[in-house]
Design a protein. Sequence first.
Length: 197
Amino acid sequence: MTPDASENVVYLRSYGEHDRDDHEVVRRVLDATAEMLRERPFTDLTTRRVAERAGVPHSDVCAYFRSPDAIVAELYLGVLRDAPLSVDVELPARTRVVALFGQLVMLLADEPGFAAACSSALISTEPSVRAIRRRIHAELQRRVRTVLGSGAWPELAETLEFGLVGAMVQASSGAATFTQTADELAGVVAAVLPDEH
């Protein structure tokens, strides 16, 4: 028996004025934070200062973000999601992974203040940051598994993901330059992924 077509209809919640206001507040907070990180160290950032720069009530900032780490983590997630992802399946997996990792490590190379803030956010133990960090890791995982291809062992993908996250934290914290980190990470990929030639 064929189900009634009306059973397959999905009703989406309308995008009302309140939703637009929420979106605007978040956008202004993220934009203000990005501007401030170009001008001052992350340690000077507070939710109150971000609210002042964004021109929104402090209570609105706190309704969405519990801390500066949470704002930075959300900001980084946006940068990560906006980064292009293209896969040339004609290239060997090792070449594809090295190219992806180099791109991701170098994402923040031109913004050292933002990079340092991201390093702090990526290791923060604050509960509100953990939820955003799970989304960051999910996006990194999606990218790694896309360039590896569907036949890759899950353990291989996980090993590469751990290496990528560690390298990103190392570069963002200033422990090594972004270029050095990308080069070292390419060596790790070469050690983990077999040569396909």
